[in-house]
Design a protein around this ligand. Structure first.
Ligand code: COA
Length: 396
């Protein structure tokens, strides 16, 4: 019976198809990181041998082709159980119009150059990848029409496979702003085509009395385009968009994962270094008030993240072989890590379980100092990763 159980993470094959030959090119395929939202927590599909679920998107229009193939399917009369209904599970998440005929899908590729980006262009940049100059553009979409909704609903199906506990967003809510990054390429006829390679969704929360606080909700770069610096570029485009808006208090991020937090740290620290007011010596002496003001003004970074940026730059300029200097740095970071321990009981704390309150109000104990030390080391490890990326970036 186990021959009939397959991992949904390996059975699902995704492609962004630019030309007919991509359909048969195994190198064009990429696979999901997770599938539990669609196929259940154990990420298994029951009832098929050699199962392949093809979900191929036309690279520009995102028109979809779906095909399910297998070498054999469980026989309910023989085993008393039926195979999972794959199409039924998928249908709750995808738009009802998709191709099942590969020839028709291939034919639709001829029209791909007709699809132009929605919204307003924010940025254009070039990357040299394998000695080839690749062009990317970032667009911002605010309050677009039903055509965009249709297009975006296709694009956001990718979050199912790459973002934990993700939800589709409803762009009818005008507080959503979408940033999409496209790669520009020429098709076989030499026509310019725009293929989405990633996007970010931002919700513009109201801030009293007449301001907004944009919160980055999702950030996704599709697997074939990851680790090229595109997320960092997209984040900078997003900052650029909000920099000019007088009603923005600051930009926050909704529960960032570690990977995204590292990229955010890298982008923010890099931008800080580029400030007109940046002065390493003054910074070392903690005279960074003016620099922080300029930084806030230009990038609308929130207070909590600014503190992280300061800690990373201080680590960069601290001589860790100098015991006294290093201790000063540790104390600076630990003073921040320590603040929850110093809190007087609040209404929220009173509602917490007793052991949580104990942790918060714990007196200076060896246990607490060890905990702070451990937290510091974890943070230092992450900060060092950011510093390493900055160094690589400077020498590139
Ligand atoms: C997280 C995510 C958005 C990052 O996108 P990305 O475009 O790959 O990010 P970047 O390229 O800017 O940086 C990622 C890594 O690539 C490295 N990198 C950047 N340019 C590079 C290059 N030219 N060559 C080699 N490595 C490079 C960076 O140093 C970084 O390395 P690190 O992880 O060791 O620190 C992407 O992986 C993703 O969509 N993941 C799934 C969804 C998700 O987790 N989203 C975030 C929370 S909602």
């Amino acid at each position: 019976m186990e021959h009939y159980i397959v991992s949904s993470n390996t059975a699902l094959e995704l492609k962004l198809v630019r030309k007919g030959s991509d359909i048969h090119d195994s190198k064009a395929a990429f696979y999901p990181d997770m599938t539990y939202q669609v196929f259940g927590n154990v990420e298994k599909i029951f009832g098929y041998k050699d199962l392949v679920i093809k979900m191929y998107y036309a690279a520009c229009s995102l028109k979809l082709y779906i095909n399910i193939s297998y070498s054999s399917k469980v026989n309910p009369e023989q085993f008393g159980v039926t195979a999972d209904n794959i199409m039924d599970k998928l249908k709750s998440y995808i738009s009802p119009s998709f191709f099942t005929n590969i020839d028709l899908f291939e034919k639709c590729l001829e029209d791909e150059s007709r699809y132009k980006p929605f919204g307003i262009q924010l940025d254009q940049f070039f990357l040299n990848i394998k000695d080839e100059k690749q062009v990317f553009e970032v667009y911002v979409v605010e309050g677009e029409n039903s055509l965009f909704k249709e297009y975006f609903d296709q694009l956001q199906t990718f979050v199912l496979w790459y973002i934990d506990s993700s939800n589709f967003i409803d762009i009818d809510d005008t507080k959503w702003t979408i940033f999409i990054i496209y790669e520009i390429f020429k098709n076989e006829n030499g026509d310019k085509c725009y293929s989405p390679v990633g996007y970010s969704t931002v919700y513009e929360y109201y801030a009293y009395p007449d301001k907004i606080r944009p919160r980055i909700s999702q950030m996704l770069i599709l697997p074939p385009f990851q680790r090229k610096g595109l997320c960092a570029k997209l984040l900078n485009s997003l900052y650029k968009h909000y920099a000019t808006k007088a009603d923005v208090v600051d930009i926050t991020v909704e529960s960032p994962n570690d990977e995204f937090q590292l990229i955010r740290d890298f982008v923010d620290v890099d931008n800080f270094h580029r400030l007109g007011t940046f002065d390493k010596e003054k910074f070392k002496k903690l005279h960074y008030k003016k620099m922080v003001e300029e930084f806030k003004d230009l990038y609308k970074i929130n207070q909590k993240q600014i503190r992280r940026v300061i800690e990373i730059i201080l680590l960069e300029v601290t001589n860790r072989f100098d015991k006294e200097e290093y201790k000063k740095y540790k104390d600076f970071v630990k003073s921040r890590l320590n603040w929850p321990f110093q809190k007087k009981p609040t209404k929220l704390m009173l509602a917490m379980p007793a052991e949580e309150i104990q942790k918060i109000q714990k007196p200076d104990s060896i246990e607490k100092l060890e905990e702070l030390d451990f937290e510091f080391k974890e943070l230092e490890f992450l900060y060092d990763k950011v510093i390493k990326r900055l160094e690589i970036n400077r020498t590139a």
